[in-house]
Design a binder for this molecule. Sequence first.
Ligand code: GLC
Length: 492
Amino acid sequence: MSQFKILYLASEIAPFAMAGGLADVTGALPKAFKGFNHEIRLMIPKYKFINERKYILREVIRLREIPVTLNGKTEIANVKSAFLPDSKVQVYFIEVGDYFNRAGIYIDPKTQKPYPDNAERFAYFSKAAIETLKILSWQPNIIHCNDWQTAFVPVYLKTLYQSDAFFKGVKTIYTIHNLTSQGAFDLDVAEKIDFDLSQTQEGGMFNKEGKLNLTKGAIYFSDFITTVSENYANEIISDDEQGFGFGPLLEEKGAKFEGILNGVDYSVWSPDKDKYLPHHYSKEDLSGKLENKKALLERIGLPYKEDIPLIGMVGKITEQKGFDLVLKAMDPLMKLNVQLIIHGDGDRALVEKLLEYTKQFPDKFNMHVTFDDKIAHLVEAGADIFVMPSKYEPCGLNQIYSLRYGTVPVVSAVGGLFDTVEDLDEESGEGTGFIMTDLTAEALLKAMKRAIAYYKKKDKWRDLQIRIMDEDFSWEVSAKRYLDIYERIIND
Ligand code: GLC
């Protein structure tokens, strides 16, 4: 395999700017490419909150005051550079006009709504990224885009830059991380971002259900499309609801659409070196896990009682993540001899209703309504059982972290959850977790009860823990699959 030059674009990259699982992926996969000796560079908007000192952002003289024009309106871009922590992967931070000099990534904390000019913000970012390449005279073989915020790039390259010799032979790949966020805007936005207006008509490449749809555009204009698990790839083709009607279009892509499971960064997510854990442990010695459980219970104000399983949940408290099912299962669940901790924020109505139960069952259930990475790690380590009853889940990462932490997952049978957890056969002891047979509260309760019953068989439970800690979802495997796709499209 020859050496590739890869430009990797995203709106979130851990640890600089994070809003969800996307950041975990974009902060880790590039390191795996670098490990295979490819040349990879990242670009991300320079949000106001990015800590320039902490991450040692440096000015790049050449990349100052770059004019970026869309629809006749010129904004000035300035680009700084740094490295992904503990790596030699270079990251460019692009500031354009005043578009990213704001408190939020997508949502204005003041109004709790998306910024009204989100399409223009990321269009300018994308165009600035393209212009930056020219000034750097760095010509990648591949531009890898992630989610709608970067969907502009494949479109611009095949329209605005179509006859620009610099980009001849540059191939684009677009990864769908979650189809719920498609980048749908009013049709009149198309003009502001220099999209071909004839394609915004009904049936056009940018029009979906009367809206300008950036995901649709990216699917048309990219040389290859991927999504983040094989099962999700199948689901969005075959199930109209999961696929939001993108099925036929993706099917048309044929062999140019694939699901590749995300990996996880075990340098961050391993119980023997996790920097957030008060007690380290490994499959050879699990005693630290119990200590973490005690620390977690103390932290959230629940009493420790021997032999009572602690169920953990981390994530956005939304119906998508199945918290409505949890709410429905609360009455019967609280009758069992269990404890439950939920860590995350989200839908107000759901949060309020769940909080009611903390008053009713102060020894059994508590919630930590915020998102704190440190606590998320502690829940992964301290809980005995980890629950993810998502309605859809393109990949999902927490269930994979749970496996490594010896925390047995209970999951719904969707998306990447299905690809990463194998239902336990209680007789033979084969399998890695408990899978819900349905997307209902009853099925959730049933799967949790199976887990609780198995927990009581101490030796078997320990065997299961030790076995799941051995499951390996490191990035190398997935990175190789991406590299294989790069090679194919470069030679196409
Ligand atoms: C999105 C998906 C999640 C996936 C992540 C990273 O957040 O909802 O399932 O793990 O992207 O690809």
